[in-house]
Design a protein around this ligand. Structure first.
Ligand code: NAD
Length: 428
């Protein structure tokens, strides 16, 4: 399946049969109970502020006209402009966008970024589009949504089926109509037109920072830690390499073809990542194991960083790691999560662990609206500091309430959003 390059997600930690929106609402209710929130605020947060649906008519390469349906769900803007990915996928629906937009609200809030959550998409299979068709869809979708996006309104980013080039077309289409170059309308752009240094590595870097903080919290020196990473793409390879550089022993990495296992430690820089040469991990391995076997390895830290729903009720009993750090979005299902909790395995949730992506998107936006450009060193320093602040806030709730790390992250996020609603009040 395709994965994201932006701050988007596949789906929240879903029950096997649950929709993204149902899961998002269930998680909201759970965190609200912890906080004893006013029902009026919970009621507001159950619903998106708005959902925009447009028809995107496009002339295909063969001269025929096709129409596609596009959405932008803006969940909650109380803390700032909406932020979230734009995906091209045949199964994009209104409700999925609402659920994923809600999830973005929490991700931005847990990082204390002044953005609200949104998600959009076009129901189309991007694999059957030529480059020109994709460009025409993108430009027309941007035009249809022009009144509701913008640097101070709603800032899309790449997600499944979209990439930096898609963002460049969006930025260009928006700028041409506005009459001025407006790089801040989207993030995840190529660096030559206002993309940020360090954006690509950011989610993997945040996974590594959070893993290190977790090990420190439990008095487990990184030098004594073994790690298995599923997925050797943008998130997995960057996380694995940083943890390797910082002294941990990475014993397994994988791609869609299977996993490389070496109990003495893998030189993670010697194996090409998905972006460098796709799907060659097993070609570098002396010992190959399967992806399901990787998930069950007796390691200290397991980082599922490939796809969603890989740790489920069916295999959570066999997970042997002490810590699971969610690099991918939603790699542990709700039922899998319950089993891990019962077994005392700590899960550091995606909304914290991979939030480096949206955080550096925020830095990109800051650079764009201020017409400045930050060095890679500055981006990484700011990211480190923001990740540790977020981790500390979550740790405080974890210590104070005797709840899981996932619940603690939701409590931090929801508290911030609810506070903003309380202080701003209801208009009129
Ligand atoms: P990527 O395409 O760069 O890499 C994905 C890796 O996973 C590849 O090595 C691929 O071979 C492997 N893979 C694919 N299907 C697999 C399967 N069924 N079993 C095992 N391995 C498989 O993707 P990415 O950008 O690293 O994203 C990975 C995950 O992280 C996704 O869940 C994505 O939504 C999430 N995420 C990405 C970002 C981002 O900005 N890149 C941000 C937040 C979250």
């Amino acid at each position: 399946m395709s994965t994201t390059t932006g701050e988007g997600q596949e789906s929240p930690t879903t029950e096997e049969h649950e929709s993204a929106l149902e899961t998002a609402r269930r998680q909201l209710n759970k965190a609200a109970t912890q906080l004893d929130l006013e029902p009026s605020i919970v009621e507001r947060l159950h619903h998106p502020m708005s959902v925009h649906e447009v028809t995107v008519p496009v002339e295909m390469d063969n001269g025929t006209l096709e129409t596609f349906t596009g959405y932008r769900a803006q969940h909650d803007g109380v803390r700032g402009p909406f932020k979230g990915g734009l995906r091209y996928h045949p199964e994009v629906t209104r409700d999925e966008c609402v659920g994923l937009g809600m999830w973005m609200s929490w991700k931005c809030a847990v990082m204390d970024i002044p953005f609200g959550g949104a998600k959009g998409g076009v129901a189309v299979n991007p694999k059957r589009l030529s480059r020109d068709e994709k460009e025409r869809i993108t430009r027309r979708f941007t035009q249809e949504m022009r009144d509701v996006i913008g640097p101070m309104q709603d800032i899309p980013a790449p997600d499944m089926g979209t990439d930096p080039q898609t963002m460049a077309w969006m930025m260009d289409a928006y700028s041409m109509q506005e009459g001025e170059t407006t790089p801040g309308v989207v993030t995840g752009k190529p660096p030559t037109i206002g993309g940020s240094e360090g954006r690509e590595e950011a989610p993997g870097r945040s996974v590594a920072i959070v893993t290190r903080a977790t090990c420190e919290y439990y008095d487990r020196p990184l030098e004594e830690i073994t790690v298995a990473v599923q997925g050797f793409g943008s998130v997995g390879a960057n996380a694995a390499r940083l943890l390797d550089d910082w002294g941990a022993t990475v014993v397994a990495i994988s791609d869609v073809n299977g996993a490389m296992y070496d109990p003495t430690g893998i030189d993670t820089h010697a194996v090409p990542s998905h972006d460098e040469t796709p799907e060659v991990v097993t070609k570098h391995a002396d010992q190959v194991i399967s992806n399901p076997e990787l998930l069950e390895l007796d390691v200290d830290v397991l980082v599922p960083a490939a796809i969603g729903n890989v740790v489920t009720a069916a295999n959570a009993d066999s997970v042997s790691a002490d810590f699971v750090v969610e690099g991918a979005n939603g790699p542990v299902t709700s039922t899998g999560d319950a089993v891990l909790e019962e077994r005392g395995i700590h899960v550091i949730p995606d909304i914290l662990a991979n939030a480096g992506g949206v955080t550096v998107s925020y830095y990109e936006w800051l650079q764009d609206i201020n017409r400045r450009s930050w060095s890679l060193e500055r981006v990484n320093e700011e990211l480190e500091s923001d990740m540790l602040d977020a981790w500390d806030a979550v740790r405080e709730e974890f210590d104070a309430r005797n709840i899981t790390w996932r619940d603690a992250a939701y409590v931090v996020a929801l508290n911030r959003v609810a506070d903003a609603h309380r202080i701003r009040g209801l208009w009129p």
